[in-house]
Ligand binder design. Sequence first.
Ligand code: FE2
Length: 284
Amino acid sequence: MTKIRQVTEVVTPKLVMEGAGVLLYRSISPSRQNPFDPFLLFDHFAFNDPTEGVNPGFPTHPHRGIETVTYILEGSVRHRDSMGNTGIIGPGEVQWMSAGSGILHEEMPSADENGRIHGFQLWVNLPAAQKMSKPAYQEVNASKLPISQFDGFSARVIAGSYHLVAGPVSDIHINPTYMDVFLTSGETFPFDAPESHTVGLYLLEGSVSIAGREFSEAGLLKLENGNRVEVLGAGNGQSRFIFISGLRINEPIVPYGPFVMNTAEEIQQTISDLQKGFFIRHHG
Ligand code: FE2
């Protein structure tokens, strides 16, 4: 039986400072309650105020037990890590980095010729069995991200598949769907989401109506209690949103800064590994 998911939570992003002094809009961050399991963090960065000066970025820092996903709309981000991976991603491009047992990386944004930097970072949890796995890195160029035109909307598919369009990011445990969707007013974006999956929608532009409720403020919506998503374009013109869906892991988590493990002992171990030089288990 088809049951339409409803919005059960509306998260208004908060302005926070991260890295070496980067201002960004944070919707969720890791917590033991883990309400968006398997998604841990969602940041929207948009540094477009010339008075902010040089963007200081995210100099070398560690991660363990999670995956970090960067998707850029404007400007670029340079990535370099302890596995020897390097790359610069620009508009419409993606990095999906699985930290596994431990990685050190830096993420340094640069503005485009109009002084703009705009994008997202999503953290995805790893199940206990994969937290100490070998790190992995996938980088996808804009030319490889399929943009599919449907009746009334278009979708850029980053991960997962949508109506036979498969995104290029693969082999991710939580079976994610990550899409950038443009929706025309009066048209409907449908998505069949199993009950076992968490679904989130980050409204970026315009207005949408979900199960009879209209939303027009930028922010993260949680859609629950059903097996089908229907998003109706509302207001005048086009709306745009980031759509995420993934299999819940249903394990306790203990977050500590850039680490997310399952127990306090594993966090202690992580800190001890860092102090004693055992943090990096795998090199490129
Ligand atoms: Fe990072």
